[in-house]
Design a protein around this ligand. Structure first.
Ligand SMILES: [Zn+2]
Length: 173
């Protein structure tokens, strides 16, 4: 169990495409999931992808409810997630990201998606999500492709945000 350092944009490791997990039941995967959960709850955030702690594996965790009800946690583990279908209907949400501290921008994405993923036992699941869960999952799975939510903004806006973060996190570089 460990809280890991979250990479901040424009760290080049956030742009690496993650590789599939060969064996979701491996102890290293369980340890990685534990670290992701610890780091997400510590931040705090509603989701964290392995890419964000510099591990290029297709693993992410989310907890979309725990902040709303005291003591309630709903940790979900996503191993090798794939978006099988996206609705044509879109919706707009103001998104934030632990790798882009204090940046919040509205992004348009499909309102519904169908997802296939594996759990820590290696079992395969498939389900449909809509609205906030669908948006949060698309955001997290984008990380595994090396994509950030600012990629959906105009190049000018993206540049302004990048410069802002570069200035703010200069000392860490
Ligand atoms: Zn993010």
């Amino acid at each position: 169990m460990a809280v890991r350092e979250i990479l901040i944009h424009p760290d080049p490791r956030l742009r690496v495409k993650a590789k599939p997990v060969a064996d979701p039941t491996a102890p290293e995967v369980r340890a990685l999931v534990q670290d992701l959960a610890d780091t997400m709850y510590d931040a705090p955030g509603v989701g964290l992808a392995a890419t964000q702690i510099g591990v290029a594996l297709r693993v992410a965790v989310t907890d979309l409810v725990w902040r709303n009800e005291e003591g309630v946690r709903d940790l979900h583990v996503w191993i090798n997630p794939e978006i099988l279908w996206r609705s044509e209907e879109t919706t707009r949400y103001e998104e934030g990201c632990l790798s882009l501290p204090e940046i919040y921008e509205e992004v348009e994405r499909p309102r519904r998606i169908r997802v296939r993923w594996q759990d820590l036992e290696g079992a395969v699941h498939e389900a449909e999500f809509e609205d906030f869960p669908a948006i949060a999952l698309q955001h997290e799975f984008d990380h595994l492709e090396g994509r950030l939510f600012i990629d959906y903004l105009s190049p000018l806006k993206r540049r302004l945000i990048t410069n802002k973060l570069k200035k703010r996190f200069k000392k860490r570089a």
